[in-house]
Write a protein that binds this ligand. Sequence first.
Ligand SMILES: *Cc1c(COP(=O)(O)O)cnc(C)c1O
Length: 496
Amino acid sequence: MDSSTDPGTPTDPAPARGSTQAVPETAPPGAAGGAAARDGATRNYDAVLDSAATEAKRWLDGVFDRPIPATRDIDTVKTAIGRELPQSGLEAEAVIEALAEAVEPGLMASQSSRFFGWVMGGTYPVALAADWLVSAWDQNAGMRDATPGVIAAEELAGEWLLQLLGLPADADVGFVTGATSANFVGLAAARQHVLDAAGWDVNRDGMSGAPPIRLIAGAERHGAVDLAARYLGLGAATLVPADRHGRISIAGLARVLGEGSGPAIVCLQAGNIHSGAFDDFAAASALCRAAGAWQHVDGAFGLWAGAAPSLRSLTAGYELADSWATDAHKTLNVPYDCGVAIVARPEALHAAFGVHASYLLTPMAGADPFEKVPEMSRRARGVPLLATLRWLGRDGVEALVTGLADNARTLADQLGALPGVSILNDVVFTQVCMAMGDDEATVAVGTRLLEQGRVLASPSRWHDRAVLRFSVSNWATDADEVRATVDAVRSALQPA
Ligand SMILES: *Cc1c(COP(=O)(O)O)cnc(C)c1O
């Protein structure tokens, strides 16, 4: 066994730190001892990081060509890993290599340029590299004073994002795991604000006995909004009917808002997962303002339309909202664990998540990152966002977003020209919903596509029909891959 990576040898820094294990025998005392330990640490990290880089590159080299669905099930992967916790440890490089070998067949090639499932972005090289740095730095990004390096990067990422999206410059930004958490953060600030306005201190008195909050959402809101509401004790939303594109009905919203009074929160949507449609924010906003309702926008993937002038008609008026939720790990193609919560009323955000929160009394300036999100300790997940924005520049972000939308339109046009295929949505953004003449035929095409493994689309139901949904969210999807996708669908129209 290579002694530099053997966890049992005294040169290994991990067991030596704070344990009863002796410091390296060769280490002289004092400062030089630190240097020797550091050298040992470098050697220990070197080999295993090289192993990880080798395995990662091998995965990435093959990810565009391999079958997209996983070929090994959970049980088989567990057996391949080895089901028993071993009594003694393994060499670090061996762990990494065996892990990659056991797990890889159970991975889905969601980074493939012909992957259109759910709404999942791939990973830009620069985003992945920055993500690795975040782990290597291992900073706890909760506190401003302690870790200024990553805080600076995250604060800039937040400022740049607000500029790109045309959202209020004084809005506050929190980095969370994904849009589910980002919706939770937005709605937590909303709850804080509307209850405070009704004279209720939710932090002190909780939700029982609180003035009832009317939570209002479109019939085609994402399930993440329901979850966020549930975490906050807001119950189920009153649903406003959706139009044929899946957008909240403005007349319906006016009616529901007019039916009651008191604290209200309205959840709007930028990007319906089936149609890609955007709610009419300007009209909704006027109604919300008149009713004194907090306006929240779930824009997990669709908020990025605001970064492209040619698509900005979709987001018109969204800047008037009070909070927004989005993901960098979808449209922006950053690795997972990068959601963003944006709140235009920092004092409500701070009151909801700050430890020292005394509503409206604590100045927001210099609030620690942990006072904006549910986590106290967390990785510096805003850094890959910064790196990706820095690499793309404004033009690159615009090109990415318009490119995804253009490819979606081309895909829809070409799929729609295939015999028996209908496209059910107006393709305004990145989502394409196709169906065959009947549900059975649609499901059969989806099954055959999955068996072929060259293209992955999501089987779903929309407006009472079985559909196959294509979400064009990957940076690497280009005209050739769109053509290859259409070819694959064509061949899946008939039984093999
Ligand atoms: C994906 C998605 C969510 C949830 O986001 P996560 O990052 O999976 O937590 C919420 N809303 C919409 C519209 C989505 O597409």
